[in-house]
Write a protein that binds this ligand. Sequence first.
Ligand SMILES: NC(=O)c1ccc[n+]([C@@H]2O[C@H](COP(=O)([O-])OP(=O)(O)OC[C@H]3O[C@@H](n4cnc5c(N)ncnc54)[C@H](OP(=O)(O)O)[C@@H]3O)[C@@H](O)[C@H]2O)c1
Length: 366
Amino acid sequence: MAFIHTIRPPNKSEGKPITAYFKGSLLLTGANGAVGRSIISQFVSKPEYAESYHCIYTVRDISSAQALRSFLRGTIHSYEVLLLDLARLDDVRGFAEQLSTRISKQQVPRLRALVLNAAFLELQDQTWTEDGFDTSFASSYLGHWLLTLMLLRSMDYHMGRVVVVGSSVHDTQSLHNVVGGQYRGQKWKTIFHDSTDPLARGTWSSRRDDPSFRSGYRRYGAAKLCQVMMIPELQRRLDTDPILQNISVLGIDPGATPSGITRRGGWVVHIFIGKFIMFVLALIFSWFWPNAGVRTNSKSAIDILAATFECNETLGERPKGLYLDGNQLVEMGAEAKDRKKAGILWKDTLRYTALQSHETSLTNWE
Ligand SMILES: NC(=O)c1ccc[n+]([C@@H]2O[C@H](COP(=O)([O-])OP(=O)(O)OC[C@H]3O[C@@H](n4cnc5c(N)ncnc54)[C@H](OP(=O)(O)O)[C@@H]3O)[C@@H](O)[C@H]2O)c1
């Protein structure tokens, strides 16, 4: 586990353990991304969050996390930045084991929330991980699943929340996907058939079969679908667990924002559409229809933090298995709600990760 930086507020380091000062920890993956940095910015701007929680920010690559480093400089809150490549299962295992050990020794407060925010989209290429998984699938879904299962024992058993940052791209029927046209045609209306293997190995919608940007967008959609399918399935299993039953799993679509997610799409897509056009649209929409499909990163971050920490009319006290579009409760796509498919995905995921019983505290893990 590589420490890049650790800071504690100056008046809170008088020899007492860190757990004496905080209500818990927030773990945020993909902290170096646009939405990730906005979440941090909104977090530190609210004393009720910044003074109450220790933050663990994970990044894939230290060298490209300079933006995050300089962004964090000058903020006063308790945080550490750790290296975690979600596309490498060994990395995820090592990370989760070391963090669990530190939490059990009270060197880090228990996890109040896991915000599963990192994601990987390839529009011009297709790559695979060392373990032979499609990189979008491994980064957005598989690594997050293993991380979550291994960290359940380190969560706050009363108030803990697992927040999946989803996307409308998980739902082939969503109107948001009409513009891109990636699911046009009967062939693409169903993502998950009777096995996860084509999605996991990247043979479904491969770049070889369709060299256009749409194939990569669909693989990203498949990874987001698996992530969203995890919400009801994990919640069902937690609900019957004698110790973990109060932990909530919920999902939130942050909406389309000007971000770096399109960076593997060439400059026209990335700079002109992904950043410039989206920036202008987000400003216009934020003025007239703040929860429209295109949003500012700060609006998305505020919604994600509300889903992470708050109890309100929309979320209730324990927002179990819910899915939000920004600040509104919505239904997840039909495939994401399909229990049979979710069961197949869970079994296949156990096979891919080779999870062992001692690695998770979830009773009904098999
Ligand atoms: N922006 C949108 O329009 C939009 C719309 C709907 C949903 N979302 C969701 O919002 C979340 C945040 O996206 P964003 O817009 O902030 O995109 P982003 O700027 O590309 O941030 C994504 C982050 O994930 C990290 N990541 C990718 N692969 C990883 C891996 N294998 N291990 C660890 N970290 C990895 C990236 O690390 P590097 O910095 O090292 O590349 C990056 O920091 C994602 O879940 C995305 O699906 C975004």
